[in-house]
Write a protein that binds this ligand. Structure first.
Ligand SMILES: O=c1[nH]cnc2c1ncn2[C@H]1C[C@H](O)[C@@H](CO)O1
Ligand SMILES: [Zn+2]
Length: 365
């Protein structure tokens, strides 16, 4: 029996999130309050509802560069230690309220230096916020340190990430506009991370195609792909069946996790609707697919929303949602023993109980 999960049940299901930006998930009310507190005068409006709408409308302009435009205002209020701690703590609580039991949240500390913080101080503030926000034990969170792909300081950012690897930083990433900024520009940073036996995920195959994915995986040592959705360009579907090109085969054979973010991709014009999103095909082909939010504020979403949209678009049931969740937990950069514990103590019992009851008693505790 695999009845269609309802939104309320999905909220109570244990969920795992690998791709969520700290500066893409602020509460609109917090943006307004922090702007007032710290004298940031650039907001387009200080009405909380209008601001929330401004972000989602601004993000949905079918272009990654336009999507990234709106971050100016969240980054604008993330320049003080207190503000970063607060936003990270609220992020942890919001995710836990949504039933997320493990998350990797990412942020580019270089964006927080306008008022005198150092890279290390910015990272420490994020970690402190996560410590506070996870203290009730509902959720565990690792920080992914991101470098911006158009900048030239990724080695320095990678060094800062490594300095905090024993305090909650779990990996390194690059983000920002993909076109014209190939990951190989940051090869020295990736080498440094790999030489220290640390973890790499790379935004690749979102706004740009196969060459970006190839460089990320084969040259830069990406263990996971942020989005990776354009891998479908190497897959041919005909009446006679499906043919995978060499890169598409490699990514599937090596079980390279795809951090897919359906709503964000619709916002940036990768596809027109969730129903047309390649996640349907990639799940059928049994790629190591995971589902993620990317930017909860800009995309007006949550983990439960993303899953509910997949249920709606593809008819997914509990087996599919559990499979996506297990894929994510297996692909996390958290240590192996802790991943196993979350799988055995939270995910499997949670989904078993939901399936059995069909009602959704409290399951994530
Ligand atoms: O989906 C994305 N693709 C590329 N860059 C992104 C995406 N979402 C957020 N970013 C950028 C904007 C943020 O300021 C930065 C760090 O979180 O990462
Ligand atoms: Zn992203």
């Amino acid at each position: 029996m695999d009845e269609r999960p309802t939104f309320a049940q999905i909220r109570r299901a244990p969920k795992v999130l690998l791709h969520d930006h700290l500066d893409g998930g602020l509460r609109p009310s917090t943006v307004v309050e922090l702007a007032a507190e710290h004298g940031y005068g650039g907001l387009p409006t200080t009405d909380v509802d209008d601001l929330a709408r401004w972000f989602t409308e601004g993000a949905a302009r079918r272009d990654l560069v336009l999507y990234l435009d709106t971050f100016e205002h969240t980054v604008g209020v993330l320049q003080e230690r207190d503000a970063i701690v607060r936003v990270a703590a609220e992020c942890a609580q919001d995710l836990a309220d949504d039933g997320v039991v493990y998350a990797e949240v990412r942020m580019a500390p270089e964006l927080c230096l306008e008022r005198g913080l150092t890279l290390d101080e910015a990272i420490e503030a994020m970690l402190e916020g996560f410590r506070l926000g996870t203290a009730d034990g509902r959720i565990e969170i690792g920080l992914l340190v991101t470098a911006m792909r158009h900048a030239a300081n990724s080695k320095e950012v990678a060094e800062a990430a490594l300095r905090h690897r024993d305090e909650g930083v779990v990996g390194f990433d690059i983000a920002g506009s993909e076109s014209g900024h190939p990951p190989t520009r940051h090869l020295d940073a990736f080498r440094l991370v790999a030489e220290d036996n640390f973890h790499i995920t790379i935004h690749a195959g979102e706004a740009f195609g196969l060459p970006s994915i190839w460089e990320a995986v084969q040259i830069c040592g990406a263990e996971r792909l942020g989005h990776g959705v354009r891998i479908v360009d190497d897959i041919t579907v005909t009446d006679d069946g499906v043919r995978l090109g060499r890169l598409a085969s490699f990514v599937r054979d090596r079980r390279v996790p795809l951090e897919m973010c359906p709503t964000s991709n619709v916002n940036t014009g990768v596809c027109d609707t969730i129903a047309e999103h390649p996640i349907g095909l990639l799940r059928r082909l049994r790629y190591r697919v995971t589902v993620n939010t990317d930017n909860r504020l800009m995309s007006g979403t949550s983990m439960s929303e993303e899953m509910a949209k997949l249920v709606e678009a593809f008819g997914y049931g509990w087996d599919d949602l559990e499979w996506l969740t297990l894929n994510a937990m297996k692909s996390a950069f958290w240590p192996f023993d802790r991943r196993l514990r979350i799988i055995n103590e939270r995910i499997k019992p949670g989904y078993a109980a939901l399936r059995a009851s069909g009602l959704g008693v409290s399951l994530t505790g």
